[in-house]
Design a protein around this ligand. Structure first.
Ligand code: TYM
Length: 325
C-alpha cells in the first residue's frame, strides 16, 4: 500500500504525536511504500519562529529516525522542497466547496485561538493537506483522531475532481490507531494534548526524567480515590491510564485490577518510572542524531528527489486532465 502522512515542524514531538501517528508509521514501514513529510507550509499558517524553522525541520527529521523510522525504507522530505504541493493545492481550490472548509472543526478552533492572525491559510489548510495526500496516489493516511475530518475532505475532493475531469486520484482512507487516537492534555484532560497549550500540558518524546516526573506529578486528576477508567467522570485518570496502557502494552482492565489498592500518588509514580524507561532510548538516539547534521540533510535531499519524481508525474497528469499546459 502507498502510505502518506505528515507532522508540522513546530517544536518537539509529544507522546500524542507518537501514539496517534508515528507508532503506526513505524509498524507500516516494513510492508508498505511509505512517504513521511515535514509539513512546513502548514506550520506557517500559525504564528511561528522564522529564525528557527530550518533548525526545527532538521530536528524533526532526526526525531523521526530516533523514534524508529528507517530512512533506507521510507521517503522523508520537506513539503516546501517539492513545489508541486503548492501547485496542486491551487488547482484543488477550484473544486473544493467553500461550505466544507467552514465546517472543519480545526478551522473553527484555530480562528478562535489565533484571533490576531486570521489568515486565509487557516481556512484553506485542508486543501493543501488534500494536495499532499492526492499527489502520491495515497491509499492510507495514518493519523490521530483530530485529522480524520481533513482526510475525509481529501477523499471528497478526490471524488469531486474525478467526477469532473475523469478518474485521476486514488480515494485515500484514514487509518487511526485502535487505541491512543486522541491523547488528552495533562493539565486540561478534556482537551487534546497539543504543543500549543504550554509545556506543562504535554510530555515530549525527549523530556528528561526530571521533567517527566514534574509533569506527571502536576497532571490534573479527578475527585475520588479510585483508579478507574471513566472518561466522563474521571477524564484525568482515564487519560493517564490510557498512556500507561499504551506504553506498557497491558490492557486497561488489567491495570485497573493491579492499581486497585493504590493511591493516585503511587499510580503517578509508577507511570513516571514507565515513561522514563520507555522514552530513554528516544532521548539517547535524538542526542546522537543532533550531532549528525550532514547525515540528516542527506536523508532529506534523497527524500526530496524521490518525492519530486512521483509528484512531477502526477502533476503532469492532473494538468492534462484539466486542460492546462
Ligand atoms: P499535527 O502536526 O498537528 O499532528 C501530527 C500528527 O499527530 C497526531 N496527533 C495526535 N494524536 C493523538 N493524540 C493527540 N493529542 C494528538 N495530537 C496530534 C495528529 O493526528 C497527526 O497525525 N494537518 C496535519 C499535518 C498534515 C498531514 C498531511 C497529515 C499535513 N499534511 C497529510 C497527514 C497527511 C497536522 O497538523 O498534524
Amino acid at each position: 500500500m502507498r502510505i502518506f502522512s505528515g507532522i508540522q515542524p513546530s517544536g518537539d514531538l509529544h507522546i500524542g504525536n507518537y501514539l496517534g501517528a508515528i507508532k503506526q508509521w513505524i509498524d507500516l514501514q516494513h510492508k508498505n511504500e511509505c512517504i513521511f513529510c515535514i509539513v512546513d507550509l502548514h506550520a506557517i499558517t500559525a504564528p511561528y519562529d522564522k529564525e528557527n524553522l530550518s533548525k526545527h525541520i532538521l530536528e524533526q527529521t532526526g526525531s523521526y529516525i530516533a523514534a524508529g523510522l528507517n530512512p533506507e525504507k521510507v521517503i522523508i522530505f520537506v513539503q516546501s522542497s517539492v513545489k508541486e504541493h503548492a501547485e496542486l493545492y491551487w488547482l484543488l481550490n477550484t473544486v473544493t466547496p467553500l461550505g466544507e472548509l467552514y465546517r472543519m472543526t480545526q478551522f473553527k478552533e484555530k480562528v478562535k485561538k489565533y484571533k490576531k492572525n486570521e489568515n486565509a491559510g487557516l481556512l484553506n489548510y485542508p486543501i493543501l493537506q488534500a494536495a499532499d495526500i492526492l499527489l502520491y496516489d495515497t491509499q492510507a493516511v495514518p493519523v490521530g483522531e483530530d485529522q480524520k475530518q481533513h482526510i475525509e475532505l481529501a477523499r471528497d475532493i478526490a471524488r469531486i475532481f474525478n467526477r469532473k475531469f475523469g478518474e485521476t486520484f486514488v480515494l485515500p482512507k484514514v487509518k487511526l490507531p485502535s487505541h491512543g487516537a486522541r491523547i488528552m492534555s495533562l493539565t486540561e484532560p478534556t482537551k487534546k494534548m497539543s504543543k500549543s497549550d504550554g509545556e506543562e500540558s504535554y510530555i515530549s518524546l525527549f523530556d528528561s526524567p526530571e521533567k517527566i516526573k514534574k509533569k506527571i506529578k502536576s497532571a490534573t486528576t479527578d475527585t475520588g480515590k479510585e483508579i478507574k477508567y471513566d472518561i466522563k467522570k474521571k477524564p484525568g485518570i482515564s487519560n493517564l491510564l490510557t498512556i500507561y496502557s499504551l506504553f506498557s502494552e497491558k490492557p486497561i482492565e488489567e491495570l485497573e485490577k493491579e492499581m486497585k489498592e493504590k493511591s493516585y500518588k503511587a499510580f503517578k509514580e509508577e507511570l513516571t518510572s514507565l515513561l522514563t524507561e520507555k522514552l530513554e532510548s528516544f532521548r539517547r538516539k535524538k542526542e546522537e542524531f543532533s550531532s549528525r547534521k550532514v547525515y540528516i540533510e542527506e536523508i532529506l535531499k534523497q527524500g526530496e528527489k524521490k518525492a519530486r519524481t512521483l509528484a512531477e508525474e502526477k502533476m503532469a497528469e492532473v494538468k492534462r486532465k484539466m486542460g492546462l499546459q
